[in-house]
Write a protein that binds this ligand. Structure first.
Ligand SMILES: [Zn+2]
Length: 185
């Protein structure tokens, strides 16, 4: 089984595993140093394969839809695809990118979990491509979460007054860095 890991994420302990390509040891624990899929070989070596190379055609300024797959403070791991029905959509398959807390909104964001949650659908712009990773930004107006799910019961949240998201089932209320239009996807 392949598991997507982010830089810094805990992979295992030295009692059980050996650090391999794309991982490092810190004390007795082994962490990922690259974004990619974790595999463990016969020698119990933990390797990260960077299958998430930047696809041809991804450029800064491109607008994408994405789903929040994982959150490891201070980043969210996003599975994205370009918006549009043109050639880009056909050529470029889904790809992984990173949304760092510093690129979520204008002003200060304390925690990435205050702005996006796992499962949320976001609209974002490709901000920068470096070190074989794609960094998204949702700072621009209209960029952000366009569909969110209740943390308690997973029901889609609806947008109420005052930018609050409300669950129709359990009445839970949550906040996000909202994009627009919200809820029409
Ligand atoms: Zn709910």
């Amino acid at each position: 089984m392949m598991l997507m890991k982010a830089p810094g994420e805990f992979l295992g302990t030295e009692e059980e595993y050996v650090p391999g390509y794309g991982s490092y040891q810190d004390g007795s624990s082994i962490h990922a140093s690259l974004l990619g899929d974790l595999t463990v070989d016969k020698e119990r070596r933990m390797n990260i394969s960077t299958t998430c190379n930047v696809p041809i055609g991804i450029k800064p300024g491109m607008v994408v839809y994405g789903r929040v797959e994982e959150i490891f403070e201070p980043v969210a791991l996003i599975r994205a695809q370009p918006i549009g029905t043109g050639r880009e959509r056909q050529v470029i398959d889904q790809f992984y990118c990173v949304l760092h807390v510093s690129r979520v909104k204008m002003g200060y964001a304390r925690s990435i979990r205050d702005e996006v949650r796992i499962g949320d659908i976001i609209k974002a712009v490709v901000d920068e491509i470096s070190n074989n990773e794609i960094y998204l930004s949702t700072k621009r107006g209209g960029m952000g979460v366009i569909k969110a799910f209740c943390a308690r019961c997973r029901e889609p949240l609806t947008l109420a007054e005052g930018q609050l998201l409300t669950c129709g089932r359990c009445e839970n209320q949550e906040r996000r860095k909202l994009g627009s239009p919200y809820g029409r996807i």
